[in-house]
Design a protein around this ligand. Structure first.
Ligand code: B4P
Length: 189
């Protein structure tokens, strides 16, 4: 079973590379960002609460996203493996994910971290904001807030996987195909 954490700052290319990885490795894609946006478009109570935070570039509380992931793992018992995209984003989420997988006699195989510099992230997100309709992509101050949330709350998650010898850094600058090839090479090594 291949369980992959795709990691990186907002705009690093996690969603983009996930699409290619799920089709090559037949994995179930679990994107907490997508699940939250789906809750928002369905107008659920969870979605209404999450929207207030997401529109400001702030992380949603750990217990909310951990609950969502737990439900998705239960709903996909026969999966070949999972790609966790945008999760875990805090050390508490990483610890919860380990416990959830352990209870199913499974574990994370690898964390692949896409490394992209600050200015390039802002450029990509503003470009996507022109037609994505995502309020958190449209405003440079919100994008900066998301990057700061990443640096303070999410970057330490890399240390968590380094301590388990599961961390692999990938250069996230280049063509989408070049980056995809680098990720695939890491998975067979
Ligand atoms: P996410 O939906 O996870 O969004 P993201 O960090 O912006 O990354 P995304 O995957 O969408 O972008 P990508 O890098 O692929 O999170 C949104 C919000 O949800 C968070 O701010 C938070 O509030 C909340 N949330 C989600 N998960 C949470 C959790 N676990 N805990 C708490 N809160 C949570 O791509 C960006 C752009 O770059 C695209 O336009 C793409 O086309 C482009 N791009 C990709 N690769 C490129 C390349 N090689 N060259 C040039 N451009 C490229």
């Amino acid at each position: 079973m291949l369980n992959l954490v795709l990691f990186g700052p907002p705009g690093a290319g996690k969603g983009t590379q996930s699409e290619k990885l799920i089709s090559k490795y037949q994995l179930v894609h679990l994107s907490t960002g997508d699940i939250l946006r789906n809750e928002i478009s369905n107008g659920t109570a969870l979605g209404l609460e999450a929207k207030k935070l997401m529109d400001q570039g702030i992380l949603v509380p750990d217990e909310v996203v951990i609950g969502m992931i737990s439900n998705k793992l239960d709903a996909n018992k026969d999966a070949n493996g999972f790609i966790f995209d945008g999760f875990p984003r805090t050390v508490a989420q990483a610890e919860a994910l380990d416990s959830l997988l352990e209870s199913k006699s499974s574990s994370i195989t690898k964390m692949v971290a896409l490394e992209v510099e600050h200015d390039e992230l802002k450029k990509r997100l503003l470009l996507r904001g022109k037609d994505s309709g995502r309020p958190d992509d449209a405003n440079p101050e919100i994008i900066e807030k998301r990057i700061q949330e990443y640096l303070t709350k999410t970057a330490p998650v890399a240390e968590y996987y380094k301590a388990q010898s599961k961390f692999e850094a990938i250069n996230g600058i280049g063509s989408i195909e070049e980056i995809f090839d680098s990720i695939c090479n890491t998975l067979i090594s």
